[in-house]
Design a protein. Structure first.
Length: 228
């Protein structure tokens, strides 16, 4: 568990995970200018367990005038890339997606940026983080920070992370505030009880997968006895 005062060292990939990157095909002619304009429309979420693709819209959209399950029925696309492609093809009129996924797809030429209009952007969702314990000896803590902050990304890493070139200091109290808000208002706050419950679910799911694999494995067929 990471406490609010503990240090986190994160990639510079702190994009607005547009937990609310709203995309619309043929953006110049789109009638949608605000979230409230999407009432009764075809809106894509990604999957039930997705933070930026499902839980965040359920928490962040209502204050903007659009209530999931009331103003529209979320359509689960199966992934951020699928939501983006679905909006591009016209399958959906709007999609809540992570900003960095859209930018990578644009950079790779999968979609064109001008196809989409962003009508709502959330606060930044940190994409990943590296942490150290709060009670390390000061010299060790300083050395760890120095290693991270002096590390320069390779050209390959820069391309993969949308041009970012280094790590930057962040902390759980400030940069994860929006993530905690979404978790708490979704009924799954970051506490030990929920952590242990999720760990138990994951262990049970892994056990079921292993059992299925064992059942599907072909049984050994005894070789025929050799003729005398």
């Amino acid at each position: 568990m990471v406490r609010a005062g503990d240090l986190e060292v994160s990639r510079m990939a702190a994009e607005p995970v547009r937990a609310a990157e709203i995309a619309r095909r043929h953006a110049p002619s789109s009638p949608f200018r605000s979230l409230a304009d999407l009432k009764g429309r075809k809106v894509a979420h990604t999957s039930q367990s997705s933070n930026s693709g499902n839980l965040a819209p359920r928490v962040l959209f209502p204050p903007q005038g659009l209530v999931p399950d009331q103003d529209y029925r979320p359509l689960m696309s199966g992934g951020h890339d699928k939501s983006i492609l679905g909006v591009s093809r016209g399958d959906y009129e709007m999609g809540a997606v992570a900003d960095d996924v859209l930018e990578r797809m644009v950079n790779r030429g999968t979609v064109r940026r001008e196809e989409f209009r962003t009508i709502y952007t959330s606060d930044v969702f940190p994409t990943n983080g590296y942490v150290h314990a709060h009670d390390l000896k000061p010299a060790l803590s300083a050395r760890i920070r120095e290693c991270f902050f002096n590390y320069a990304f390779s050209e390959k890493e820069k391309r993969e992370f949308n041009g970012e070139d280094r790590y930057v200091p962040v902390n759980y109290r400030d940069q994860w505030a929006v993530v905690r808000e979404v978790a708490e208002k979704s009924g799954v706050p970051f506490n030990r009880r929920n952590y242990e419950a999720e760990a138990k679910r994951e262990a049970e799911a892994q056990a079921r997968r292993q059992q299925q694999q064992q059942q599907q494995a072909p049984s050994a067929t005894p070789a025929p006895a050799a003729k005398p």
